[in-house]
Design a protein around this ligand. Structure first.
Ligand code: CTP
Length: 406
């Protein structure tokens, strides 16, 4: 990223030097724009040495490059830390007295300000009104920390630690970027396990918690998509979100019907549901009773419909079903074949665009919060390994989906 780091005139300016280091260490190109008064705290040479870039403070430097317009336009992010009470007031009023003021007026990218000042100044009605104004215009204001201020006094107004500012800033950028990844797209997600009735009170089920499917629905909604979430039995509650419509189902047959109905004319289908492969060939209307001979019934099973494969087949036959279909594969592997090899074979067999391969075992995956997956693609893209919470895995899958759809 190309970042403009605005530094205004407060004692916390020295912390901005550490912030700058964090950003350059992650490979970002940072252009420091201090105000005149900030240079009283940390000099130009420090900023130039740490950023490896020329440093300007005034609008009338590098005029040939129209620097005041250029910097704001070329940047991916404008971050002001520390932002003094005066800097907030100037920004809220749109003053263009120095280079940073000009940049703020030309920037169309996320702007983040990290205020630092004495508690009284922060609490002052004028400052609070400026904060409200700036926030209403989409500027992200990081809350000051509580703690030791310049002198012996303590209170709210301290610049948060550089690591903290940088983390919050990255979250803001992530949100700004991902909030539009799947805008105008409609994604269907299936989650949870199916239940196959044996009689009116018993069923064959599985251990799926529904967590991964729910995380996917939430990640897609956060990315701006409309989501239809088809839920089987789940340990977690279905999410409540403006963009998510929940369709509960029970059996594989229900799931097939719902998927075919709700996926029509949609952009993507993510089959995270754990679908039963077999069901009792005959389900009775009456409860199966014990007899006096201590015998037990024999349950004959039959194969269920393969929902994913049916979608792919019907799509190939010309039905208007999602052009991008993502499957999941829970694999244990065996003596001759690794889980990933089974996954690749399954991707081919099922004919979907992407398959998320989970290695499962006695203690792995079902119901747990952490996940460790390898994503394989039909279009020849390199495999992608993702480790982390189910939210992290979901975010990666949604990112890949967005790349493919856009
Ligand atoms: N799936 C499906 N319908 C089924 C079974 C599975 O749509 N009857 C979907 C799952 O939602 C998942 C993918 O297919 O996205 C792979 O599921 P998995 O159980 O790993 O594969 P199976 O098709 O059951 O293959 P195998 O039994 O050989 O592992």
């Amino acid at each position: 990223m190309r970042i403009v780091l605005g530094v205004t005139g407060g004692i916390a300016a020295y912390k901005a030097a550490l912030l700058l280091r964090l950003m350059t260490e992650e490979g970002h190109e940072v252009h420091v724009v201090p105000t005149e008064s900030a240079l009283n705290f940390v000099g130009k040479a420090t900023w130039e040495a740490l950023s490896g870039q020329p440093v300007y403070t005034d609008t009338f430097e590098a005029v040939d490059e129209v620097n005041h317009v250029l910097q704001g336009r070329k940047a991916d992010l404008v971050l002001i830390a520390p932002a003094t009470a005066n800097a907030l007031a100037k920004a809220a009023n749109g003053l263009a007295e120095d280079l940073i003021g000009n940049i703020l007026l030309t920037a169309t990218v996320p702007v983040v300000m990290a205020p630092a000042m004495h508690t009284e100044m922060w609490q002052n009605a004028a400052t609070q009104a400026n904060v409200v104004t700036l926030r209403s215009r989409g500027v992200h204001i990081i809350e000051p920390a509580v703690g030791r201020l310049t002198g012996i006094d303590t209170g709210k107004g301290r610049l948060p630690d550089p690591e903290d500012i940088w983390q919050q800033t990255k979250d803001i950028i992530h949100q700004a970027h991902h909030g539009s990844l799947l805008r105008d797209k409609h994604v269907v997600v299936s989650a949870g396990g199916t239940r196959e009735a044996l009689d009116p009170v018993r069923f064959l089920g599985n251990r799926s918690s529904g967590k991964q499917g729910v995380a996917l629905a939430q990640a897609a909604a956060r990315a701006g998509a409309q989501v239809t979430l088809i839920t089987g039995s789940m340990e977690v509650a279905a999410p409540q979100h403006d963009h998510i419509t929940v369709v509960p189902i029970e059996s594989t047959r229900d799931l097939l019907g719902a998927v075919l109905e709700y996926s029509r004319e949609k952009d993507a289908l993510i089959m995270a549901a754990a679908v039963a492969d077999f069901r009792p060939a005959t389900a009775t209307d009456q409860k199966i009773k014990k007899d006096d001979e201590h015998s037990a019934p024999t349950i004959i099973l039959e194969q269920t419909e393969d929902v994913l494969h049916t979608v792919i087949q019907q799509r190939a036959a010309g039905q208007d079903l999602p052009g991008y279909v993502i499957g999941f594969a829970a694999e244990t592997g065996d003596a001759n074949t690794t889980p990933l090899e089974y996954g690749r074979a399954k991707l081919q067999r099922k004919g979907c665009e992407m398959l998320v391969v989970n290695e499962v075992g006695a203690d792995k995956v079902f119901g747990q919060d952490e996940n460790d997956v390898t994503i394989v693609f039909a279009d020849g893209r390199d495999d992608l390994t993702v480790q982390g919470t189910k939210d992290v895995v979901a975010a990666s899958i949604i990112q890949e989906l967005a790349d493919a759809l856009n």
